[in-house]
Design a protein around this ligand. Sequence first.
Ligand code: IPM
Ligand code: MG
Length: 348
Amino acid sequence: MPLIAVLPGDGIGPEVTEQARRVLDTLNLELTYEEAPVGGAAYYSDGHPLPERTLDVARRADALLFGAVGDPRCDALERQFRPEQAILGLRKELELFANLRPARLFPGLEDASALKPEVAGAIDMVIVRELNGDVYFGEKGFRKTAAGRREGYDVMSYDEDEVARIARVGFETAKVRSGKLCSVDKANVLETSQLWRDVVIEVSAEFPEVELTHMYVDNAAMQLVRNPGQFDVIVTGNLFGDILSDQASMCAGSIGMLPSAALNGSGKGLYEPIHGSAPDIAGQGKANPCATILSAAMLLRHSLGIEEAADRIEAAVTAALVSGARTPDLGGTLTTSEMGDAVLKALG
Ligand code: IPM
Ligand code: MG
């Protein structure tokens, strides 16, 4: 029986994960679950944001359902003890290099978008973000300049194999969608990006059916608000993908709606909402559980191959929204668990 590691984490993580669990439980799938602490919660219970017992469950699991990490009480800790190190550590440890972040506007959410309804209505894209390299994992630190001034540094780099493997995920994703792939970089300034662009072009020879374009990241940020409907699949590095996916989420209505998958080369994945722990609203029942519920659907599809149940969850979220169910981020008044109720009701 497949094992799902459930890592609720900090802030609103536990509330939204609970609703995703209710949805999974209702489907009566043959799954087992093991819960473990992660992030600030784990720092306070176990003395480390990614304790050995959590890593152990994560390694044994077929897939991971993840809430969120981040706790302002931990901001002053040494970096290795900060909650964010847990998600970065899991991505690296489990070699979850391919991040799929679909952004689409659900019916009826046109008014929740930060964009004009007619512009927002066209959003339906997947951002394929690299997760194991870039400035996130390069050498970093603090040092003194020759003049004795403090300096912080983070080295940005990608090697060609890292670029090629994420590029292939981008092309594969584009192949089963519209056949259009846009690679986003900053090749006009960065050598890392020049190599990125060269390698993506080399890999494109393997996918003659996919039309490849390139865009600088600043222009991509602008185009995302000007005309988001032009994008289908975007492939980009870790840092640019982090930023563009938050931006795409608000174009699509709410950051509370966007799920994500972080996959390794053999189908194992970590599934999480793209939003953070939102400590300002934690424990108040204000969080939108849809992104986590939709992440559970991605888990069933990408790691367990249970396509039909994934489709059912996505249809139920759509139906709940169409029936008018809305949490405060979407301009409504439902609590987190009431939104969960609405999705369960739509599941039938
Ligand atoms: C995300 C988050 C993380 C990231 C943080 C929590 C480390 O913003 O998943 O987008 O920067 O990747
Ligand atoms: Mg982010």
